[in-house]
Design a protein around this ligand. Structure first.
Ligand code: CP
Length: 329
């Protein structure tokens, strides 16, 4: 449904603006709810650019970041976001936890719950693991990436970056290139960007393209050069080797020749097209350094900056009910 068919977030109040207890994915969110989170994040972009970044609205709340998979950007930005809002933030790394001794996911979830966490942020290698935990605990749960499924705050920070750099999301031609099959970032971005009326093209070798991807309201391409024609945004993805069993591509050299973003290839997009990458990047495979580090075209570091603002907005909004904020309790 196009974004224009929905009431703008500005005319909605309290719970009506974002009626969800958890953020497990972009699926299930209305366009105005996505826009509401982006609007909420704007204030934190400005606040984070000042010297005194502290806010106290989450004072006394305990935020547990339970990461069962490696992360740099998402873990750090959730930690910074919680601390800037005043929460007591605790990080649980699976490698040092009782998961290594055979504890089940449900038992781990019940343990975090018994410690009276007020908000739990979870990254897990299995699709659906975050929803499983959300169904068992008494506090809001945020998905920091689960398997091939979703990475909703990545999609929100990408949408915020596009909106700020391009002026809008509706009507933008966004080309997402790489391992679409295994990528939760691709899935969440497709859901968010199509909900907000962007034109989304996905590019991958046939082995890394999901079956029936057209049903997600995107146009699939196997030829990167053709897909780049007139692009406003080019979003590059990493090969998710950790989620592959067997070889999906002949070689990384071959992959780079057909699907790597180079300055020559970028010329097929609009002259001011934005280059994005969620990180971590494999330089020389899906993107070359001169493009990844381009001072005007690359938004890679801005994406990281927007990540903190978006996660502050999500932590704030999802804990409003518990905090008794007027209109949300
Ligand atoms: N983009 C992203 O999720 O990066 P990390 O794996 O470093 O968190």
């Amino acid at each position: 449904m196009p974004a224009s068919d929905h009431r703008p977030a500005a005319v909605l109040n309290g719970r009506e603006a974002f009626p969800h207890r958890h953020l497990t994915g972009i699926a299930g969110l209305q366009p105005h709810e996505i826009m509401f989170l982006l609007d909420e994040a704007e204030q934190w972009v400005d606040a984070n650019r000042t010297r005194a970044k502290s806010d106290h609205r989450l004072d006394g709340l305990t935020q547990i970041n339970a990461f069962f998979e490696n992360s740099t950007r998402t873990l750090l930005s959730f930690e910074i976001a919680g601390k800037r809002l005043g929460a007591d933030v605790v990080n649980m790394h699976a490698a040092q936890s009782s998961v290594k001794k055979g504890e089940t996911l449900i038992d781990t979830a019940m343990t975090l719950n018994a410690m009276r966490a007020d908000v739990i942020v979870i990254r897990h290698g299995s699709s659906g693991a975050v929803q499983l935990i959300a169904d068992k605990v008494n506090c809001p749960v945020l998905n920091a990436g689960d398997g091939w499924h979703e990475h909703p705050t990545q999609a929100l920070l990408d949408a915020l970056t596009i909106r700020r750099r391009r002026g809008s999301i509706a009507g933008q031609r966004v080309v997402i290139c790489g391992d679409i099959l295994h990528s939760r970032v691709a899935r969440s971005n497709i859901l968010a960007l199509t909900a907000l009326a962007a034109e989304v093209r996905v590019v991958a070798p046939s082995t890394l393209m999901p079956a029936a991807v057209e049903q997600m309201a995107v146009t699939p391409f196997h030829d990167f050069d053709t897909a780049l024609d007139g692009a406003d945004v080019v979003m590059m993805l990493r090969l998710q080797n950790e989620r592959m069993s067997g070889a999906f591509i002949p070689s990384t050299r071959e992959y780079h020749l057909r699907y790597g973003l180079t300055p020559e290839r970028l010329e097929r997009a609009k002259p001011d097209a934005l280059v994005m990458h969620p990180g971590p990047m494999n330089r020389g495979v899906e993107i070359v350094s001169s493009v990844a580090d381009h001072p005007e075209r690359s938004a890679v570091t801005e994406q990281v900056e927007m990540g903190v603002a978006v996660r502050m907005a999500c932590l704030d909004v999802l804990t409003r009910g518990e905090r008794g904020v007027e209109g949300w309790a």
